[in-house]
Design a protein around this ligand. Structure first.
Ligand code: COA
Length: 417
């Protein structure tokens, strides 16, 4: 069966507060250019304990259903990719199903492998539809996370939070997946992890960058082989990666996407030449790679630069940025996607932008979403970071959003705005 499968609709939820990275740099006695030019960010979302992964996921799904006028009875599967769930047993997906009153005849569960969890969910949902097991129904995939590191740690400027909800169906108005054309790479490494009970992740940041790049090289090699065989890219003057109109990478911080793209090109050039580049060839490549990055990758970073790391959601915020800013000109064009989860598991895949993606993504109201946030001072940011996770401030949720309000009799309670 040659079934079309992909993303029909997309919505985003973010915390109400954000911090300017310049303010953070000044407070920490760091040159602001390190966080802006060096790490590539401008702002990062700051979640208070009421804005946990469940609240963000439920808010994103509420927005998805309302903005795109989706009948909940169309949905037969709800999978949440997250690495910052709220319970060792009960799934975030279960809370979301209950909070939104979604149908009972539904498969609900969470997927976890650090930032790869959202892609694992997307692949499970699209395989379910492609296999013909969905019987005309659609799936909701949610990527929801709070990226949190300690105050005054190296990871502090690379925090963020948010949720991306995707409607996955056989009407991929936004993005049709190239089914079965993907490359995977996984290995057991300790680059980033979060032991049970700890609120902050343990991260060996520089090692993690190396693990990411190694995984990218191997996953892309697998993708490229299949993409050449299936002739969605060809052997030509242009590198196969240059035949992808854009490439969205997982972005723990924006600069990572640049490192990734340079590395991917280097792997391709080495594979083509069968040797390392000479100094002269490297100089020419540095120039070509800088141009390629600006064209192929920079447009994917608009939201990440304003929201920061969203772990599982990061890659899909990249896709949203692209469709939001260039959706009309990219209709029918192929986009490469690289998902990386520390620990690690990774996948390179691709898809094609829908003919009306630009009109469809407008329903996500991404500019309004960013404009509705509130910039906080360093003092307020530190107060929020020090709040007890189990006793959130009792604030009234905004219309259309959800908040965690506390625990009664071991049960987490949420309210809708
Ligand atoms: N102006 C411009 N750039 C500057 C600068 C300045 N004044 N000072 C430093 N920089 C640049 C550095 O050259 C470096 O860029 P490069 O990597 O291209 O060389 C960048 O800023 C970061 O500096 P660095 O010294 O490496 O920062 P750091 O040691 O404080 O840590 C991370 C950076 C990313 C390793 C750290 O923030 C981290 O661990 N974050 C978490 C990452 C994560 O989540 N990983 C897991 C999932 S993949």
């Amino acid at each position: 069966m040659n079934q079309r499968v992909g993303i029909e609709a997309l919505a985003v939820a973010v915390p109400e507060r954000f911090l300017s990275l310049e303010d953070l740099a000044i407070a920490r006695g760091v040159e602001p250019a390190k966080f802006t030019a060096g790490l590539g960010g401008r702002e990062m979302a700051v979640a208070d304990p009421g804005e946990d992964s469940v609240a963000l996921a439920a808010t994103a799904v509420a927005k998805l259903l309302k903005s795109y006028a989706i009948d909940p009875n169309r949905v037969g599967m709800l999978v949440v990719g997250t690495e910052t769930g709220v319970d060792h047993s009960k799934a975030v997906a279960s809370y979301v199903q209950g909070l939104l009153g979604l149908p009972r005849a539904m498969r609900t569960y969470d997927t976890q492998h650090a930032c790869y969890g959202g892609t694992a969910a997307l692949m499970a949902a699209s395989d379910w539809i492609a296999a013909g097991h969905a019987h005309g129904k659609a799936a909701i995939v949610v990527c929801a996370d709070i990226a949190r590191y300690g105050l005054r740690t190296a990871g502090e400027p690379t925090q963020g939070a948010g949720a991306v909800a995707l409607l996955v169906s056989d009407k991929p108005d936004l993005f049709e997946l190239d089914r079965g054309i993907c490359g995977m790479a996984s290995s057991h490494v300790f680059d980033f992890w979060r032991p049970l009970g700890s609120r902050e992740a343990v991260v060996d940041g520089h090692y993690s960058i190396n693990c990411y790049l190694e995984a990218l090289g191997d996953a892309y090699a697998g993708y490229r082989k299949l993409a050449l065989e299936r002739e969605i890219v060809r052997h030509s003057e242009q590198l196969p990666s240059e035949q992808l109109s854009r490439i969205a990478y997982h972005v723990p911080f924006c600069k990572m996407a640049k490192k990734a793209h340079l590395h991917l090109r280097k792997c391709e050039l080495k594979a083509r030449l069968g040797r390392e580049l000479t100094a002269e060839e490297q100089t020419a490549e540095d120039r070509a790679a800088a141009i390629a990055f600006e064209t192929q990758v920079a447009p994917t970073l608009a939201l990440a630069a304003r929201i920061g790391n969203t772990y599982t959601g990061s890659l899909y915020l990249g896709l949203a940025s692209l469709l939001h800013t260039q959706g009309a000109s990219l209709a029918g064009k192929r986009i490469g996607m690289f998902s990386y989860g520390s620990g690690n598991s990774s996948e390179f895949f691709s898809g094609v932008v829908g003919a009306h993606a630009s009109a469809a993504i407008a329903k996500a109201e991404l500019d309004q979403l960013l404009a509705s946030r509130r910039r906080v001072t360093m003092e307020e940011y530190e107060q929020v970071m020090e709040m007890n996770a189990a006793t959130p401030p009792q604030a009234q949720p905004r219309p259309g959003t959800f908040r965690f309000v506390g625990v009664t009799d071991h049960r987490r309670r949420y309210v809708a705005g």
